[in-house]
Design a protein around this ligand. Structure first.
Ligand SMILES: *Cc1c(COP(=O)(O)O)cnc(C)c1O
Length: 372
């Protein structure tokens, strides 16, 4: 038996939608792009959506549209996928890390104000593992210090913070649609915002800096090719049509893990709190404090030897070699992030995991921990 870490949920509906596009000449910049964007704004209730070819591209264009550049500082979390900090580096601005809350694993809002300087231009917060950051507090701080606010909701489509949907906070938000996310377009991402100017700039920058006159060789600003093809958009449209089903299947899988691991003292389960709706991106357990990184790494290796997909989501960003070099970060700078990332185990998590798969994963995990 082999259980992968993740796997997309693709049905006949998706195959039909993609095949339809292939029967037309409009493989890119066709009608599916606007349709996909309209479906996303319909789902979220934001005014604008600009689809691009990855979540990383979405974050990059947001940084540029907000005018963040050399000499600026952006406050963000070291416990995330690396793209949420790299997008700041793309524009030669400086990521200023703030440690995380040990329960939610999101940026600790109580530590932010101590890191604000005259150079701080924005806060980029991540809804890590689909659990919303503390947006009330983030909005308060951004307003008090006149900072831009960016939501990296790449892991959080469908999540809710006190009844408000993830992706609706701050000046703009980014989603990602890589195949391991809750919904996929193969590769892809989207910028969502209520700010017309940000949307217009992103739309132009994703398409070589063209303006909206339709002139192919008129370029009014520096742009990129960050376009998302109509083939990808069609896949996204079909996935979005099934989004409630996609999300509830994931929730069901999470519940199956919860019931089997809930009374086991050796790991801590994903956090939950009233008013917070997690969108299940991954299922990450945290080994008890009495274990070390070495123990965790052994478990990952043993699980892989038994053909169970698993991962150490996340390795701290500030300890990646080029960050260590560029910003003289060092081990010990963000102790909570480091302590937790030494103990995380992401277990296989995808929509069509069966009860039998989960029993196998849980039983194997328990055996491995007993061996430590
Ligand atoms: C997946 C992800 C991204 C980047 O998305 P890609 O589509 O892979 O470029 C950015 N931030 C976070 C937090 C992510 O999980």
């Amino acid at each position: 038996m082999r259980v992968p870490l993740s796997s997309p949920d693709i049905t006949e509906l998706e195959i039909q939608h993609v095949t339809e596009v292939l029967k037309t000449p409009h493989l890119s910049l066709g009608p599916k792009l606007a349709e996909f964007e309209a479906k996303i704004t319909g789902f979220l209730g934001t005014r604008y959506a600009v689809a691009v070819n990855s979540g990383t591209s979405a974050l990059h264009l947001i940084i540029r549209a907000l005018g963040i550049g050399e000499g600026d500082e952006v406050i963000t979390t070291p416990f995330s996928f690396i793209a949420s900090a790299n997008c700041i580096l793309f524009e030669r601005a400086k990521p200023v890390f703030v440690d995380i809350d040990p329960q939610t694993l999101n940026i600790d809002v109580n530590l932010i104000e101590g890191r604000i300087t005259g150079k701080t231009k924005a806060i980029l917060a991540v809804d890590v593992f689909g659990y919303p950051a503390d947006w009330d507090k983030l909005e308060q701080i951004a307003e008090k210090y006149n900072l831009k606010l960016i939501e990296d909701s790449c892991e959080a489509i469908g999540a809710e913070y006190k009844g408000r949907k993830a992706g609706t906070f701050g000046d703009a938000a980014a989603f990602a649609f890589y195949p391991n996310k809750q919904m996929t377009t193969g590769e892809g991402g989207i910028i969502v915002t209520n700010n017309r100017d940000i949307a217009d700039q992103c739309r132009s920058m994703r398409n070589q800096g063209r303006n909206n006159t339709g002139q192919w060789l008129d370029h009014i600003r520096l742009g990129y090719n960050y376009r998302l093809s109509d083939i990808n958009c069609a896949l996204g449209i079909a996935q979005l049509q099934r989004i409630d089903q996609l999300l509830s299947k994931r929730e069901h899988v999470a519940q199956m893990y919860d019931t089997r691991l809930g009374h086991w003292q050796e790991v801590r389960l994903p956090h939950s709190a009233p008013g917070m709706k997690r969108s299940w991106f991954v299922y990450v357990v945290i080994l008890d404090d009495k274990y070390s990184k070495k123990h965790r790494d052994n478990i990952l290796q043993w699980l892989r030897e038994r053909r169970i997909g698993c991962s150490n989501y996340f390795a701290p960003i500030h300890l990646q070699p080029f960050y260590l070099e560029m910003f003289d970060c060092k081990k010990g700078d963000f102790p909570i992030t480091e302590h937790i990332s030494e103990r995380t185990i992401a277990l296989p998590f995808y929509n069509n995991l069966t009860e039998k798969d989960i029993d196998f994963v849980v039983q194997t995990l328990k055996e491995m921990v007993a061996k430590l």
